[in-house]
Write a protein that binds this ligand. Structure first.
Ligand SMILES: C[S@@+](CC[C@H](N)C(=O)[O-])C[C@H]1O[C@@H](n2cnc3c(N)ncnc32)[C@H](O)[C@@H]1O
Length: 427
């Protein structure tokens, strides 16, 4: 290995840790990223390590399918991790093949477990290199249990279209504070304006350095995530309650629309982000750390938004780790939490007021089944159907029932998966 190739070893070692954290638990990647920042991994290495990890996560199913026949017996976890990272560099990153192999072998050698895996890693990567780049078969891109669920819910073609989106790195979507500023911001940020008013830009790099960030004229929010709050049709001066507010994208929308907002979240840590975001945008809200199910406050509101905790499978375009850290049992237990949150939210809506329920999940138990159950339990609420195109909803996402089932392929260039339904309190 030349001295040149040695560059990037700390980043590759960090990537191995990030990947293992991402695959071992929910939010493991975020935790590992912040730990690496506090431990002083230089920003350049951290960025490379993160990029490497993301490439593996976007192709993990395909990588593991190609690796399986090369491994006669189960290697130690770190060796499997290194092989995955080596493969990502060989096929999907701008790294010379010899560097992809030699750096991976060098790290395997440094590990010095009971025996050296240097030869094995070298032989497997060279073999994979000879086999050539594997195709991104959509069926292999998602964990098989999730793919089977999507087939059951959206058909074979739907499941394949969803899974195909895992491999692609998405552009960044932004929401402007003032809708009359959107066109000017799109020009400034080399972006395009999407149907609901979100701005989409292919820019990369540090957001804080982008034009108009410091002036608080926009915030980052996926085009799909921006739709549910728009369904509340806030009029200036109305009262709004955001029951699961952090990090605050939807709170910002409600406040920017002129509502007097109460923003609740159970996590005081995550609420700091809400306060920081409000301050940067020069917007205000009453920020409260509380459990939405048991918050004792007796006020009722014109508009209530419940962006409930969920499996987050719809966010895999930006967070491919969610797919690999999720477990089948999570969906049933989150569905139980969502029922209790919806019931509690219902009592906080004024007569004639609106309740929007949304989740960034693709799973019907967390979406359609929740609303069917809610409307049965709460005859004082009726569904107010979403009109075609309302709030920027892609045409294919409006269901015959009138709720939204936004799938990643419903917008050219992709959109995060969301379920959203709007209910009115009759009395
Ligand atoms: C999907 S995220 C919300 C995203 C946010 N609405 C936005 O647009 O930025 C779900 C949030 O629910 C919070 N949460 C989970 N259980 C909760 C509970 N019982 N009461 C209040 N907040 C809760 C989590 O801390 C998390 O911040």
């Amino acid at each position: 290995m030349s001295e040149q190739d040695d560059i990037g070893l700390p980043a590759r070692e960090a990537a191995a840790q990030f990947l293992e954290a991402a695959l071992s638990r929910r939010a493991g990647l975020d935790e590992a990223l912040s730990v690496s920042a506090t431990r002083g991994l230089p920003p350049r290495d951290r960025a490379l390590a993160r990029a490497l990890t993301m490439v593996v996560l976007r192709h993990l199913g395909v990588i593991d399918r190609a690796l399986a026949p090369k491994l006669q017996r189960e290697p130690p976890e770190r060796i499997r991790t290194l092989l995955r990272l080596g493969m990502a560099q060989l096929f999907w990153m701008d790294v010379p093949d010899h560097a992809a192999v030699s750096t991976t072998v060098a790290i395997a050698d440094r590990l010095k477990p009971t025996r050296s895996f240097k030869g094995l890693v070298n032989a497997i990567l060279r073999g994979l290199q000879r086999d050539g780049k594997p195709a991104d078969d959509p069926e292999a891109l998602a964990p098989s249990w999730l793919f089977a669920r999507w087939q059951a819910a959206f058909g074979d073609a739907g499941a394949r279209a969803i899974a195909a989106a895992i491999a692609n790195e998405p552009d960044t979507d932004l929401t402007s504070k003032d809708p009359s500023d959107t066109e000017a911001l799109a020009a400034l940020l080399e972006g395009t304006v999407l149907p609901g008013g979100s701005i989409r830009t292919a820019r990369r790099g540090d957001l804080a350095e982008w034009p108009a960030f410091a002036e608080g004229r926009w915030w980052v929010q996926d085009a799909g995530a921006a739709i549910p709050a728009r369904l509340l049709n806030i009029q200036p001066g109305q009262t709004a309650l955001d029951l699961c507010a952090a990090p605050g994208g939807k709170t910002l929308q409600l406040a920017a629309a002129g509502a007097s907002v109460v923003a609740i979240d159970r996590s005081p840590d995550r609420l700091k982000r809400v306060s920081e975001n409000l301050a940067r945008m020069s917007l205000t809200a009453e920020v409260v750390a509380a459990d939405a199910r048991t918050w004792a406050d007796k006020r009722t509101f014109d508009a209530v938004l419940l962006d409930a905790p969920c499996s987050a499978t719809g966010t895999f375009r930006r967070h491919p780790d969610v797919l690999w850290a999720a477990a089948p049992g999570d969906i049933a237990s989150l569905a139980g939490v969502q029922i209790r949150m919806l019931d509690s939210a219902s009592g906080r809506v004024k007569p004639g007021g609106r309740l929007v329920y949304c989740v960034c999940s693709l799973e019907p138990e967390e979406g359609e089944a929740q609303i069917r159950g809610f409307l049965t339990r709460h005859p004082d609420f009726s569904l107010e159907p979403v009109a075609a195109g309302e709030g920027g909803a892609p045409a294919d996402s409006v269901s015959p029932e009138g709720w939204l089932r936004i799938l990643p392929h419903h917008l050219e260039g992709g959109i995060d998966g969301f379920f959203a339904a709007r209910m009115i309190r009759k009395v």
